[in-house]
Design a protein around this ligand. Structure first.
Ligand code: PLP
Length: 434
């Protein structure tokens, strides 16, 4: 087959008619498929069920330090169990003393930091609500919609920055951050980014660490949600997947307070029933801990202890994640296979081939994403809304679609990807014929 751009008007019309026929077949099948949910599959969650048995029965009192000064059944321990601070420290490659473990969602930690900056500033800076000019954040695009929602909720202006395979376009980041005092932060998912799956290059991390922000309360919001979520076959990884240590790079640059790092076990153990953590410089952590003490008398140390027993060290995390990878690997491979088989020859569309994380980023021709998602929905395949990967839900090219292969069963996923291919083809042909 020739690429779509090489087809005559008549050939395009024929091709469209044939795709529409295939589409009608899908419509008749009354499908109910979903490729929008970036969440672990039931099989992945099953892997963590043994965690629930760890503080039951006769040994529960002993394991929860019953009667001791740090009795886990009681209030206290604001910054989290020492064992978990150690674990997250190892996972984020920072000392345990730089870590706060608390709550069940890293997103809440991010939200709280922004809320705190709005009302109280950052290390003594002017609270953002009192600024004469509205604060702004840089938002690498395509990116994670919930980061953008936090900004939108607090009225923080969002400035899109292109996300390249090496990370955000650092020339743009440096230019804006050094010249515009309104810019208070940047959202980053540095390893297996949501949705492209890219891993920031060492040069990108170094350039982040060496930023000279105009605003002294500017921070890098380093959301390391997929820090240990690699699924490439061992030995087969062709791209670099290691991430340079931001803390060390910032320390070398004398920019000790420039970073906040976040992660959680939402996609390690239970999504929503796991443990979240953040890390930062001593000074930032001290200030955040003091504010945290106004919010809570202590975290859920019972769930923390279950996690500490289930995942005693980083090796245990990697061992557990290797089991998760065995479920994710074939799902990603299936979607990529269907995209390749259905679209490569047509010359329309491009997509990422991640080696970890939860998403594939797909770009169709301009002005086709909304139409593709609409066609898929009518055929019973739910996709992430077009535009969701951009601030305010506005993708200026209307081309990006986030694909989430983790949740559906393999056969369902293959079928959903085939429907997607047909919808992409129809949307593209409609554009070309116009
Ligand atoms: C980049 C990123 N950060 C954070 C989260 C949510 O994490 P948590 O469950 O810890 O709030 C997700 C979930 O999809 C994500 O993709």
């Amino acid at each position: 087959m020739k690429a779509y751009t090489e087809l005559t008007h008549e050939e395009l019309a024929l091709e469209l008619a044939s795709e529409q026929e295939r589409y009608r077949d899908y419509l008749a099948r009354d499908l109910k498929l979903n490729m929008a949910r970036g969440k672990p599959s039931p099989e992945q969650l099953d892997l963590s069920l043994p965690l629930l048995d760890l503080v039951l029965g006769d040994r529960a009192a002993e394991l929860l330090h019953a009667g001791a000064a740090d009795d886990y059944r009681n209030y206290g321990g604001l910054t989290g169990l020492p064992a978990l601070r150690e674990l997250f420290g190892a996972l984020l490659e920072v000392p345990a003393s730089n870590v706060i473990v608390g709550g069940n969602a890293s997103l809440s930690l991010m939200y709280n930091l922004i809320a705190l900056a709005m009302t109280h500033g950052v290390l003594g800076s002017t609270p953002w609500v009192s600024l004469e000019r509205k604060p702004a954040f840089l938002c690498p695009v395509p990116g994670y919609d919930r980061h953008f929602s936090i900004c939108e909720f607090f009225g923080i202006e969002m400035i899109p920055v292109p996300l390249l395979p090496t990370g955000p376009d650092m020339y743009t980041v440096e230019t804006l951050v050094t010249t515009d005092e309104r810019i208070k932060g940047i959202w980053c998912v540095p390893r297996f980014s949501n949705p492209t799956g890219c891993v920031y290059s060492d040069e990108t991390v170094e350039r982040f660490a060496n930023l000279k922000p105009a605003a002294r309360d500017f921070r890098i919001y380093w959301d390391n949600a997929y820090a240990v979520h690699e699924f490439a076959q061992p030995g087969q990884a062709s791209d670099k997947t290691t991430l340079l240590n931001l803390k060390n790079a910032c320390d070398r640059a004398g920019n000790h307070n420039l970073w906040y790092q976040f992660t959680s076990t939402s996609k390690i153990t239970f999504a929503g029933g796991g443990i979240a953590a953040m890390a930062s410089s001593e000074e930032n952590i001290e200030s955040i801990t003091s504010a945290l003490s106004m919010q809570t008398i202590g975290p859920d140390k019972i769930n923390q202890q279950r996690h500490a027993l289930f995942l005693p060290d980083l090796a245990a995390v990697h061992e557990h994640m290797a089991k998760q990878a065995a479920f994710l690997r074939p799902r990603f491979a299936a979607v990529l296979r269907v995209l390749e088989a259905g679209l490569a020859e047509t010359g329309i569309g491009e997509w990422t081939t991640p080696q970890g994380g939860y998403f594939i980023s797909f770009n169709g021709p301009p002005r086709t994403a909304k139409r593709t998602v609409e066609l898929a929905a009518q055929a019973g395949v739910v996709l992430t809304p077009a535009g969701a990967t951009y601030p305010y839900g506005r993708d200026p090219r209307d081309s990006n679609i986030r694909i989430a292969p983790s949740y559906p069963a393999l056969e369902e996923l293959e079928l959903a990807a085939e429907v997607l291919v047909t919808c992409v083809r129809i949307a593209a042909l409609e554009q070309l014929i116009q």
